[in-house]
Ligand binder design. Structure first.
Ligand SMILES: NC(=O)c1ccc[n+]([C@@H]2O[C@H](COP(=O)([O-])OP(=O)(O)OC[C@H]3O[C@@H](n4cnc5c(N)ncnc54)[C@H](O)[C@@H]3O)[C@@H](O)[C@H]2O)c1
Ligand SMILES: [Zn+2]
Ligand SMILES: [Zn+2]
Length: 385
């Protein structure tokens, strides 16, 4: 069969491997290092994205510090937004030129969990700690070495190749630097309050830690109609932002001050919810959270770290308290990401206020130091092209 000149003109050019600059971590405790990597073309059901903005979540810092184990070397970043740059065979979720947000847990839409309203628990998310694709291969390479992507994403890179299950298309008019946060911080925080805790109108909620995730738990609790949204954070800037922008009604520097306030304000009934979104989970904050909720109260844990639940079960039995873990805020990314962006466009959800400072790949280490120094609600890396 002969190929016509017209068919040749309209045929898509072959997608080849490219090079990309990325911030990588080579081992626990090693700083982020900017290097050039080879990036494979997208395979079947894979998408290459030109990353425009990437959020700096505390979880990447846990992995870089070695608090949370992950196969190394790894390209950092699991919050991101960009433009579809190439598609592999069989892709249906997005097309060339689409704007997308990465979902830090993929959503296949078909597994038991996706099909029962728990996309945050999708079976396709099982490789988050290795960064490898389901067939055991990697897309980033350098000098014969394979580099994983954090959450099989790696958004601290000019370009990345991901499963189509890991993207959610978004409208073109959403700024990338806020869109990127709707891949983790925003749904994780908002969903921790709204889905995992299930905050309801009139309730009293105490949120420990008002950073990138916690600020959105504050917004979620407030939008759910809580009468008291009480923040505990040692950093004055975080408390001020929570009170002035995100809907907190009260803010305290210490758990003791918050406890005294809750006892007094609730006439001794205590809080309905405690939400833990501190930098690193620890025993004391779990203990404080259990003690600040009253009868039928719930403690919802989203922070990760080395904290242990060391409590007499009587503390749970007597007041019928519950402890609930949450990943991705119990969200369904294919539903929640567009909904949260719609709420942003309608002025209900504050996203611009979350972005405190922007960085380049070369300043990722400074950005994480700023986060640890309490300077940022969220730092965002703007990728240069
Ligand atoms: N479960 C999930 O799906 C999920 C997703 C994203 C992030 N996380 C985890 O959530 C946590 C928060 O992430 P982030 O990006 O918002 O971090 P962040 O550094 O932006 O915010 C943490 C906040 O906690 C405050 N803090 C520290 N110690 C505290 C204490 N003892 N009491 C009260 N506040 C305290 C800090 O001042 C800061 O404002 C991290 O552990 C992160 O790894 C979990
Ligand atoms: Zn995250
Ligand atoms: Zn699934």
């Amino acid at each position: 069969m002969s190929i016509t000149a017209e068919a040749l003109e309209t045929a898509a050019p072959p997608v080849t491997a490219i090079t990309t600059r990325a911030a990588v971590c080579r081992g626990p405790g090693e700083p982020w290092e900017v290097t050039e990597l080879e990036l494979d073309p997208p395979g079947p059901n894979e998408i290459r994205v030109k990353v425009i903005a990437a959020g700096m979540c505390h979880s990447d810092d846990h992995i870089q510090k070695g608090d949370a184990p992950m196969r190394m070397p790894v390209v950092g970043g699991h919050e991101g937004a960009g433009i579809v740059d190439a598609v592999g065979p069989g892709v249906t979720r997005a097309k060339l030129g689409d704007h997308v947000v990465f979902s830090f847990i993929p959503a296949c839409g078909k597994c038991r969990y996706c099909s029962t309203g728990h996309q945050n628990l999708c079976d396709a998310g099982k490789n988050a700690a290795t960064g490898e694709f389901p067939d055991g291969t990697f897309r980033f390479h350098k000098d014969g070495e394979d580099f994983g992507g954090l959450c099989v994403l790696g958004t601290f890179s000019q370009y990345t190749v991901v499963s189509e299950y890991s993207v959610v298309p978004i409208p073109d008019d959403i700024p990338f630097e806020v869109a990127c946060l709707v891949g983790c911080a925003v749904p994780t925080g908002w969903g921790t309050a709204v889905h995992a805790a299930g905050v309801r109108a009139g309730e009293t909620v105490v949120i420990y830690g008002a950073g990138g995730v916690g600020s959105n738990a504050v917004q979620g609790a407030s939008l759910a109609g809580a009468q008291r949204v009480v923040v505990v954070d040692p950093v004055e800037f975080k408390r001020t932002m929570a009170l002035e922008h995100f809907g907190a009604t009260h803010a305290f520097a210490t758990a003791e001050e918050a406890h005294a306030f809750i006892v007094d304000a609730t006439w001794g009934e205590l809080a309905d919810h405690a939400i833990i979104t501190v930098s690193a989970l620890h025993d004391e904050v779990i203990h404080n959270a259990i003690n600040i909720v009253g009868k039928c109260g719930q403690v919802t844990i989203t922070a990760v770290g080395n904290g242990w639940i060391e409590e007499n079960p009587g503390m749970l039995i007597g007041f019928q308290r519950r402890i609930q873990g949450a990943i991705f805020g119990g969200c369904n990314p294919l539903f929640d990401v567009p909904r949260l962006l719609s709420m942003y466009k309608n002025g209900h959800l504050k996203l611009d206020e979350l972005v405190t400072n922007t960085y380049r790949l070369e300043t990722v280490n400074e950005g994480y130091q700023d986060m640890l120094d309490g300077k940022n609600i969220r730092g965002v890396v703007l990728l240069e092209h």
